[in-house]
Design a protein around this ligand. Structure first.
Ligand code: DLL
Length: 433
């Protein structure tokens, strides 16, 4: 018997639609979404009224630019339900992120919103080559963080065999992978590193695992290579955020690994100059801005993500998908560090560190003031033989400045559950914030 062909698309029509058809669908959905928000969303109605825009003004896709931006601050002020556009009785779930400042950002979902989220995620599962009935293990916590439930809702739709371990207890996670012949591991990037560390400590193996879908944090190509080689898997970079509706709503890379495929039938993507707010040309880095086309409870129009990327391509990909591809995320607009006149993002430090043989994936960037001048110290875990001098020399070559490098034995630097904190600020009393 001939083996059954692998399904590569979850929704072939939406994923391979011509760009002309896509643009027509986007305009039709945008006009309907603006009209629905004008009629049913008091927060957006008032905001648009203030700037004098009405639904009838949206005649072409470019007219989107008439609408004012939304920012994280709007979500913070809008907490808990001031941005709601449907009757509260229509709500079925919520998720929340606390962000670095601790002010909560809540996302509310109707049944249709949960289905839209699951649709985006189901596309990601097939794109990573996971087929009906294949086992996946979901390692983010099941709670307010959207990661656990987002992977879950999508996996229910896509028909995966779900092992919902949630976070923690890595030796048990490894046992479950082997016991249930898990093929796909879902998690935040740091969790991929954690599994690798524990396997290396214990000498264990996870031969059934073939795919890792990781996201929620930036990760350099070098770190990705270490995770892939160490675990013997192919990894996929999955993107999304609370405000767009959660993990997977911001797309993922396909097996060609040339950028994050966007779900343009669900969202309009803009890349803007973060300072002027004007569009930048394809290929130029800028701030990613999302408009949702199909979300009901808290639709977003021109939401400024603060994430930096650029349009990698609008051409049909080798995988046949037609949605535009974005570069993997470089960092956040507010993540850029300026030290001794040199600008850099934490991801660049990570890439440089991972190029040094013997340096392990757990590191800290500590910003401190020495005699009134801002300086940076890099703490890394490394195998014997790696010295502070080696770190300093390599970073000087790669980044153009020379931070102090402190080397720690494996396992000595603090670890967080969930997303890793990489950048710390040292207070006058020596404590790290
Ligand atoms: O982190 C959603 C998610 C969960 C994505 C699990 C992937 C896997 P938030 O907690 O709201 O949601 O954080 C969103 O995390 O604006 C980015 O700055 C960052 N981020 C998310 N995915 C990636 C990624 C989830 N693949 C914020 N690469 C976003 C880089 C990412 N940064």
């Amino acid at each position: 018997m001939k083996p059954m062909a692998q399904a590569v698309y979850w929704n072939p029509k939406a994923e391979t639609m011509s760009r002309d058809a896509l643009a027509a669908l986007q305009l039709q959905r945008l006009q309907a979404a603006v009209k629905a928000a004008w009629d049913g969303n008091p927060f957006l109605h008032q905001r648009w009224n203030q700037v004098g825009v009405k639904p009838g003004d949206i005649q072409a896709l470019d007219d989107l630019r008439l609408l004012p931006f939304l920012t994280k601050e709007d979500f913070r002020l809008g907490y808990p339900m001031h941005m709601l556009g449907v009757p509260p009785a229509d709500l079925r779930e919520m998720h929340m992120s606390s962000g670095s400042t601790g002010s909560p950002v809540a996302m509310l979902y109707t049944a249709a919103d949960l289905d839209q989220w699951a649709e985006c995620m189901a596309r990601c599962y097939r794109m990573a080559g996971l087929q009906v009935g294949e086992a996946i293990q979901i390692t983010p916590s099941f709670g307010l963080f959207n990661g656990g439930f987002g992977f879950y809702h999508g996996a229910r739709k896509a028909g995966q065999f779900i092992i919902p371990t949630g976070s923690g207890n890595t030796p048990r996670q490894i046992k479950m992978i082997n016991d249930f012949q898990v093929r796909g591991l879902m998690g935040v990037v740091s969790y991929g590193i954690r599994v690798l560390e524990v396997l290396q400590e214990t000498g264990g193996a996870i031969p059934s695992l073939k795919v890792g879908i990781f996201g929620a944090e930036t990760f350099s190509d070098k770190l990705r290579e270490k995770i892939e080689n160490g675990l013997g898997i192919e990894t996929f970079d999955i993107y999304g955020m609370t405000e767009t509706g959660g993990v997977g709503t911001g797309g993922m890379d396909c097996p060609a690994h040339v950028g994050l495929h966007q779900w343009e039938d669900q969202y309009i993507i803009e890349i803007l100059d973060p300072i002027t707010g004007k569009p930048v040309a394809d290929g130029v880095f800028g701030e990613l801005v999302y408009t949702s086309l199909t979300r009901q409870a808290v639709p977003i129009f021109r939401y400024r993500t603060s994430d930096l990327t650029r349009v990698a391509s609008r051409q049909t990909c080798a995988c046949g998908r037609t949605g535009l591809r974005l570069d993997r995320i470089t960092g956040r607009v507010d993540d850029m560090l300026i030290v001794k006149g040199v600008n850099f993002y934490p991801k660049q430090v990570e890439q440089a560190l991972m190029e040094i043989p013997g340096v392990l994936p757990n590191y800290q960037i500590v910003v401190e003031e020495v005699d009134g001048v801002r300086d940076v110290r890099i703490n890394v875990e490394a195998q014997a033989g790696v010295t502070g001098f080696i770190i300093e020399k390599h970073l000087k070559e790669k980044l153009g400045f020379s931070p102090k490098g402190d080397v720690f034995a494996p396992g000595q630097l603090a670890r967080q559950e969930g997303k890793a904190k990489r950048v710390f600020y040292k207070d006058a009393d020596g404590s790290l914030k």
